[in-house]
Design a protein around this ligand. Structure first.
Ligand code: AVJ
Length: 317
């Protein structure tokens, strides 16, 4: 496997961000810290749970609705994917591209998680005419170069849902400024739907979502020398209809102090006090249109499943 690493650097500081987040009145830790090797594997496991309909639904959309779009994608010779996960969605798209024409493509994976980059690129290394590269960092630290025509940006899985709406618009604006009329963006949105379906997706019976959240505790214990006892915290995943987002929390089950060796600092937790660890925003058709317009895009085409659970929206500048 030939992989060019042009510009990878890590612009993340777990210790600094945990210290800042736990010092707040309402404690929080940025959700990007879920994704170390173990967290990335746990996320892949979440996507296989019956209750977590998102990934399965999006793959069906890509598998069955992409084939009519040959004309639309005829210019594309480079794909940049934010958050490739295990690479299986890129694989579906690339197979379709290669059915249309046997050109050499470039594919670049951008992710916070080196583990996700390795998994996705090794999956895609079976494609012979594909030049692979990657960039490690959070999406906002990715520096775009403009010297390409016919680029397809992929931002699938409703990863956009982790951003506050105005942050999401800012990030998408940055992408739009670097796109030409020959470029396209495919962005995945999880739709607003029956609340019980949403709650179930983030509270699977096998407890994988819970384990995924608790991996943050493991990371703080091992990397920051914290003394969390996992049984003294619980996982709480709930839907907030006022903002239209699933929200995940780690909740302290008792009054306690947690000491962090690396920070040489303790943080007090009251009984029932929470650390907010994730938002996963959900979208109506109007939310999607508004976001596209605010970020300087227009919608070319919406691909959706029959039950309208999920949308892959194709945008141009
Ligand atoms: C990877 C951000 C799309 O929000 O649904 C899954 C992450 N968190 N279960 C999501 C996640 C808990 C996921 N995204």
């Amino acid at each position: 496997m030939k992989i060019n690493n042009e510009e990878s650097f890590l612009e993340i500081d777990f210790a600094r961000d945990v210290k800042q987040g736990l010092s707040k009145n309402l404690k929080e830790i940025p959700c990007k810290y879920f994704y170390d090797q173990k967290g990335s594997n746990l996320f892949d496991l979440i996507t296989e749970q019956e209750e977590y309909y998102l990934t399965r639904t999006e793959k069906q959309i890509l598998e069955f609705q992409f084939s009519e779009l040959e004309q639309l994608f005829s210019q594309i010779d480079e794909i940049v994917e934010f958050g490739p996960g295990d690479g299986s969605k890129a694989e579906i798209i690339l197979r379709q591209f290669l059915r249309w024409r046997q050109l050499g493509f470039n594919y670049k994976a951008v992710d916070i998680s080196f583990s996700a980059i390795k998994t996705s690129l090794s999956r895609l290394s079976k494609f012979q005419n594909l030049k692979l590269s990657y960039h490690i960092g959070d999406f906002s630290s990715f520096k775009f170069s403009t010297n390409h025509t016919g680029r397809l940006f992929l931002f699938l899985g409703s990863s956009i849902g982790n951003y506050e709406p105005n942050q999401a618009v800012n990030f998408l604006k940055e992408i739009s400024l670097l796109m030409t009329s020959k470029d396209l963006l495919i962005i995945g949105f999880d739709k607003k739907k029956e609340i019980s379906k949403l709650i179930a997706a983030y509270n699977d019976l096998a407890g994988i979502a819970r384990e995924f959240n608790f991996n943050l505790i493991d990371r703080m214990n091992t990397e920051l020398g914290a003394n969390f006892v996992k049984s003294d915290f619980s996982h709480f995943g709930t839907y907030n209809p006022m903002i239209g987002a699933m929200q995940s929390f780690l909740v302290s089950e008792k009054v306690q102090k947690i000491y962090f060796k690396v920070l040489n600092e303790s943080f007090h937790f009251d009984l029932g006090e929470a650390i907010h660890v994730e938002n996963s925003f959900k979208y109506s058709d109007k939310d999607i249109l508004d976001m596209a317009v605010s970020a300087g895009f227009s919608i070319v085409h919406n691909l959706e499943d029959e039950k309208k659970m999920f949308v892959d929206s194709i945008w141009k500048v």
